[in-house]
Design a protein around this ligand. Structure first.
Ligand code: SF4
Length: 475
């Protein structure tokens, strides 16, 4: 389950928007990332052609996913690595725990991986006595805070440096000032010790390259290189869709991902990892790749949702989403948040009511689609998910009644005419000085923080007036 939600979406949003620090931090960070993407796209000049190419590569790969996964597996195994297909979180965890026990693992270091968040790996490893430490700075902060990531790329984007200093001071047992260099310095020395102790290194996988039997990691902190070179055992967790066929395809996606996500031309570190060969002295002695399904394969062949598997997890849709920017990542109550989370979470957690309501966390403005480097029509998918909720009867009775009446009224000109006339009169007790009062029932969600103007004339009256005005101008 990729959700950790408690309560309803509305309840979580209500709580999260009280945190003014987090809201400011999120707004600032997403603004910067968004501008970075726009500049990077402008610099390339032919960004739309790159998007087209990216979309074509991803669609082709997903349409032939079985073939490329087999090719990848066979190439990894030829080089002495192990590949395991896990149908769900339970199988993935069981396999990872078995490896840990077989190597008598006591200390694991991890680089950032959303798939491991999805299956709650840290908790499972801790339970069998393997101390598991996050080495990505943002993830390390969240591990100390006992929180979940609030953004795909910047997991701790909601934290201020003062809050981080408080956490580090508590962890270090001494006062650490809210100064960036001091904070990074503290994290570096604390994590360095863990690297030296670790017997297991755990990573995600940005893209597997089928023809090479290799996995790639795009990082900005260099921690993934320590995770994948110092411990004797390397375990890779990979969503089953995170694969490209060839090096040429890889070149396209690693151009798109950092540019769309952060505006960087390329991530600071691009690691290509394969099983270490007997004649090579350094590096892990074993490499295991766990390929996770966990609901992904159900989208294959579904004309409405297969394209969600094209996602390259760049986070661009999150940065432009007006809802995310307002309510922050934790409101979604899911490992995946923002527009990608609002689509992916219900698809991966079909039976969860908490997941299904995420499709309403969108204004359907389409900004996510515009920003997506592989052109996934997220806004269309959100509408289809809402449709699915209605078909499942998963809507409040009052809403159902309202839409029924709305449908009937709009399909009968006479009814429409009388309803608009009645509406103009019925609004009167709730309006003052040309606006709806804050206390208007059913409208408080809007009127609490914004004005809603009184409707002065019906649409037909305005239409007639507008026609008369145009005719007057032509005379
Ligand atoms: S849906 Fe598109 S924009 Fe959003 S994370 Fe995936 S690839 Fe990036």
């Amino acid at each position: 389950m990729s959700i950790y939600a408690e309560g309803t979406l509305k309840e979580r949003v209500k709580k999260e928007i009280q945190d003014t620090h987090a809201r400011l931090a999120v707004a600032k960070a997403t603004e910067k990332l968004q501008n970075g993407r726009l500049n990077a796209a402008m610099e390339m000049g032919n960004w739309e052609e790159w998007r087209e190419r990216g979309s074509a590569i991803r669609s082709h790969t997903i349409a032939h996913l079985d073939y490329y996964l087999e090719q990848f597996t066979s190439n990894v195994e030829k080089q002495g690595g192990n590949v395991y297909f896990a149908k769900d979180a339970e199988e993935a965890l069981a396999y990872a725990l078995n490896i840990s026990k077989s190597v008598n693992g006591k200390h694991a270091v991890k680089s950032k991986s959303m798939v491991t968040e999805e299956i709650k790996l840290n908790e499972a490893l801790n339970e069998i006595g393997v101390e598991t430490v996050e080495t990505d700075l943002g993830e390390y902060i969240l591990q100390l805070a006992g929180e979940h990531p609030s953004h795909l790329l910047g997991p701790a984007v909601h934290k201020t440096k003062e809050q981080v200093a408080e956490l580090f001071s508590k962890e270090g047992g001494k006062e650490i000032p809210p100064d960036l260099q001091e904070l990074v310095g503290f994290a570096r020395s604390a994590i360095r010790e863990k690297f030296l102790q670790a017997d297991i290194g755990i990573t995600g996988c940005n893209f597997a390259i089928a023809e090479e039997g290799a996995v790639s990691l795009l990082t900005n902190e260099g921690n993934a290189r320590m995770v994948t070179t110092l411990p004797d055992t390397h375990i890779v967790f990979m969503g089953m869709e995170r694969i490209v066929p060839t090096w040429e395809d890889f070149e396209v996606v690693i151009n798109l991902l950092p540019r769309a996500g952060t505006g960087q031309k390329i991530s600071s570190g691009v690691s290509i990892l394969k099983p270490v060969q007997p004649h090579e002295n350094d590096g892990p002695k074993q490499m295991h790749v766990i390929i996770l399904d966990n609901g992904r394969s159900k989208q294959l062949g579904d004309p409405d949702f297969q394209e969600i598997l094209n996602c390259i997890r760049c986070g661009a849709c999150i940065n432009v989403c007006p809802v995310y920017r307002h309510v922050g990542g934790h409101s979604y109550g899911s490992v995946y948040n923002g527009p990608i989370g609002a689509v992916l979470t219900p698809l991966l957690n079909e039976d969860s009511k908490q997941a299904s309501e995420l499709s309403y966390a969108s204004s359907l403005c389409g900004a996510c689609h515009e920003a997506c480097p592989v052109r996934i029509p997220l806004h269309d998918m959100l509408v289809k998910l809402r449709h699915r909720n209605v078909e499942n009867g998963d809507v409040p009775a009052l809403e159902k009644l309202a839409f029924n009446m709305y449908g009937k009224t709009f399909s009968s000109p006479a009814l429409y005419n009388s309803a608009t006339k009645a509406g103009l009169l019925m609004q009167k007790p709730f309006t003052k000085d040309g606006h709806f009062k804050e206390s208007t029932p059913f409208m408080k969600g809007w009127t609490n923080s914004r004005e809603f103007p009184e409707v002065q004339k019906s649409f037909r009256e305005r239409w007639k007036e507008s026609l008369a005005h145009q005719e007057g101008q032509h005379e």
